[in-house]
Design a protein around this ligand. Sequence first.
Ligand SMILES: Cc1cc2nc3c(=O)[nH]c(=O)nc-3n(C[C@H](O)[C@H](O)[C@H](O)COP(=O)(O)OP(=O)(O)OC[C@H]3O[C@@H](n4cnc5c(N)ncnc54)[C@H](O)[C@@H]3O)c2cc1C
Length: 487
Amino acid sequence: MNVIIIGAGIMGTTFATLAKELAPDLDITILERLDGAGAGNSSAFWNAGTGHEANCELNYTPVDEEVISVEKALKIHAQFNVAKQFWAYLIEKGAIKDPKTFINQTKHCTIVSESAIEELRLRFKEMSGHHFFEHMRYSEDFDEIKSWIPYIMDERPRHEKMAATVIETGTDVNFGALTEQMAAHAVNDMGVKIEYGTHVKRVHKSPTGRWVIEAENKGKPVQHKADVLFVGAGGGAFPLLKKSHLPFRNRFTGFPVGGRFLQATISEEEARHYRAKTYGKAKVGAPPMSVPHLDLRVVNGKHYLLFGPFASFKPVLERGRGFFDYLSSIRLHDIPGLLNVILEHFPLVKYLVSETFKGEKSMLEELDSFAPGLSRKFDWKPIEAGQRVQIIKDGDLQMGTEILVSKDKTYGTLLGASPGASVSPEVMLRCLEQLLPSIFSKEDAKKKKHEIFPEDDLDTLISQPDRYREIRDAVNQKLGITRSEAQ
Ligand SMILES: Cc1cc2nc3c(=O)[nH]c(=O)nc-3n(C[C@H](O)[C@H](O)[C@H](O)COP(=O)(O)OP(=O)(O)OC[C@H]3O[C@@H](n4cnc5c(N)ncnc54)[C@H](O)[C@@H]3O)c2cc1C
């Protein structure tokens, strides 16, 4: 059976690697429009590199009239644990030589000012009672918070009442470096083919039941055929779905949101001083993907601080692609849904438009209100981040991701953006189970799956503390994540 994957980002590359591990006989080709793997949204500075496991993001624990909901946080934490099992397997196998090339331990903190202290206290009380977050610590003590996240507290007046939580075993992940190494392993050791510089323009089903993939390589038309097609093309998945003639295509439209960060290069010593990712609280009316955070980033052995993201209204499918590309993915019947979203989420649209025109001075002011005095300490420059394309489904805006698989199980795709790269192995495993269920019935595949994922059942991880701790400690050791006895 031949499988074609469109897109060599973290999703497509993970899908290919996992599929080949479980079914080595599959003939797999990836078609990628750029010149390398992980060069789109997955590349190092196009995202924030947070290993999302709900340690610090307030938007994963919504509060409604003093009742906090932790279900989303538990699911994301369990999914990240499954992701770590996959990456630990790749290290053990020798596919990735050194975990530090892509994953680095970094404290995950949340900080809030006086108006949100009650919310953080409630969050801490709920979360620290669960084994996933048993090592979370909470403080309202100025000096203790300062010892966790000095750059945010150094120049803050002592009379400001703040509260914070910390988890020592969080991570900063360079998803681009991870994708590059996975792709090299898939090509060199597993027989996966990748054709770079190949932009897929259209996919359709031939009368024989195979998918025909029409693409362009350096301006020349090329054609491929596939028994099974997986579209892991980020925002580029929307126009391909629209042209696929699949019945569910009419239910989906893309809602693009751009982003920028402030970036500063720092020394290794400064990185030791602030070894953290600190998330705050989003402004009223701001979307969840614009929660402000100050992150230590480790990329190719160099250290950086990243602050943002500053969301923007940018009607393109992916960075580097034009407005008309996005326009061509919209059909007449999508327009009422789009208008509905614009009307229903008018404060969001207004917010995105106002953020688009924010200059460097306002960005630095925002940094200073998050971390007083930090704008003067380093040489900051604004950089473009990647492009999110959120899902509009049946006229409603959604913030998560969705796996779609055709009824005949020959076409699968992933739409949406969040929580994204962090949970890619778990999401791609579920996608494979839906798209290629036959491979999971073979004994060899069952054994291999268990070797890669000793525990992939999210409910077991959520409900069985001992099983979770056993897996967590084993994978953390392989990934170089440690906890000091003092905590
Ligand atoms: C500002 C921002 C911050 C983020 N922060 C985080 C974070 O902290 N943690 C986290 O886990 N996630 C984060 N994310 C999300 C994360 O970046 C994405 O979930 C992840 O990179 C998606 O991977 P992908 O493989 O689907 O997309 P991509 O990496 O974009 O890969 C898709 C690939 O498909 C190719 N392609 C598209 N169309 C075609 C076509 N027609 N033909 C051929 N090739 C095509 C593209 O060139 C690209 O290489 C963030 C995203 C943004 C935008």
